[in-house]
Write a protein that binds this ligand. Sequence first.
Ligand SMILES: Nc1nc2c(ncn2[C@@H]2O[C@H](COP(=O)(O)OP(=O)(O)OP(=O)(O)O)[C@@H](O)[C@H]2O)c(=O)[nH]1
Ligand SMILES: [Mg+2]
Length: 288
Amino acid sequence: MKTRHSFSKGKRHDSSVITRQKRYIKKEKAKYPALAEKIVQMSDIILEVLDARFIRETRNLELEESIRKQNKKIIYVFNKADLIDIKKIKEEDIASLSPKVFVSCITRKGGKELRNKIKITSYTIKKPVDNSLNKITAGVIGYPNTGKSSIINLLVGKPSAGIGADAGFTKGIQKVNLTSDIVLIDSPGIIPDKEYSDSNRSAISRHTKVGARSYSQVKYPEMVVSDLMKEFSSVLEKHYSINAEGNSEILIEILGRKKGFLKKGNEVDEDKTARLILKDWQEGRIRK
Ligand SMILES: Nc1nc2c(ncn2[C@@H]2O[C@H](COP(=O)(O)OP(=O)(O)OP(=O)(O)O)[C@@H](O)[C@H]2O)c(=O)[nH]1
Ligand SMILES: [Mg+2]
């Protein structure tokens, strides 16, 4: 099963590659919600991987509802826990989510606990969906870029699933053995059907904020930086040591000059500067 696409990551693309990539993503996007539903059907246990920094924003309520209806077991995985102060998490955001595990694929914290939770949950399943192999299937689902493939590698203890900094890295489903009794399924990131839109500003900003839409692909990066500044101006200003009075245009102007991101006529390249801010944000360099 193909899990890596052929486009080089994090490098400059020529325009024909970008066009191909866009077409590809557009085509694939439409298929993913259906694929997510298929993974739920194929699984006995579902690991919903959420970004610990954005738990509310990365939950897929449509899919959670479907999991409940089909009486499947769910385990909530709060990944990227290295990027947050767990004590600052709002209790109301997580109280109802159980069982749950905080994990970091960087520090490997929570890996053992998650493995144990999967095993314990697997003992409660009398009749696995995949009765031909008599194995328990645990499907890993979640928003793009939350770390699904990284979680699989952490659980298995060796690189088994392809990972990448850009959202939309995993393209198909891939099965990986966890134990002789449990098989994991990696899946492409999913944005809930009714949220996916190319024209809804708040959805685009939210998806870029949580890394589900890549900084390199978002159409209007300045717009997203402006929305980020509404929520996180003090964090951003502190990170870049810039006093922008909460104004994204001032932040981009000063940062662009500092970095020497200039266009003809000595004007700041706003697109490039805004993308740099989004890159730093998505790659976890700016701490909330
Ligand atoms: N800081 C931090 N970064 C992480 C963690 N887990 C994954 N990442 C990073 O997040 C990015 C996405 O990781 P993937 O494992 O490819 O995420 P995914 O959910 O499989 O992504 P798609 O296949 O695109 O949906 C990569 O750059 C990882 O290195 C973590 O626990 N902490
Ligand atoms: Mg992946």
